[in-house]
Design a protein around this ligand. Structure first.
Ligand SMILES: [Mg+2]
Length: 187
């Protein structure tokens, strides 16, 4: 099978990591339950910041957030297992072009299986559909409603990575990556 994965908040726990960094940088102690209750993608809402302040905070810490965000539990192990079972693992991320090389290297360093020609980066959210269609993926996983909404007409199995801002989506969801091994076994 050909399986495609978004990276941020699908494989990497980016927002929670940003939340912890913001707490430290702003010298605040906002509880993690506030983070878990967020129904917005933007994390700055938890700190009572305006959109502009949030953007500034994000921009000044983006590199640190991108390159120190940990994978979700079991994400590395499950994708390694997929590769071992002979599945093709693809990455489709809308991170900006200047981050593509470092992002690929960081995935490899974290232990994700990254084969040549299976890392796609630098497209816009709404251009992901072109990559996914061209690759003829059997499965695709993403957290973002604005992306998922563009993909529902494709003939592939579409899943969302469960988060507070995507619970209104009716596509099936992954809470822990271990579930994917069962999904593929049952398919
Ligand atoms: Mg994402």
């Amino acid at each position: 099978m050909k399986l495609g994965f978004d990276i941020d908040d699908t494989l990497l726990n980016l927002r929670e990591h940003a939340f912890r960094i913001y707490n430290a940088k702003l010298n605040r102690q906002i509880g993690i339950e506030v983070f878990h209750a967020l129904t917005t993608i933007s994390v700055h809402d938890a700190f009572g910041l305006t959109a502009e302040e949030g953007r500034g905070l994000w921009n000044s810490h983006r590199d640190e957030i991108y390159y120190s965000a940990p994978p979700f539990p079991d994400a590395v192990e499950v994708l390694q297992e997929l590769a071992r079972l002979g599945h093709e693992v693809y990455y489709v991320t809308a991170r900006a072009a200047e981050h593509c090389e470092r992002t690929k290297a960081a995935l490899e360093a974290a232990g994700f299986p990254v084969e040549d020609g299976r890392f796609y980066c630098g497209m816009g959210d709404l251009e992901k559909i072109d990559v996914i269609r061209m690759l003829r993926l059997d499965y695709y996983f993403d957290d973002k409603p604005a992306v998922i909404d563009t993909l529902t007409e494709l003939e592939l199995r579409l899943y969302t990575k469960d988060s507070g801002y995507n619970r209104h989506l009716t596509v099936p969801r992954i809470v822990n990556w271990r579930e994917l091994l069962d999904i593929l076994t049952d398919a």
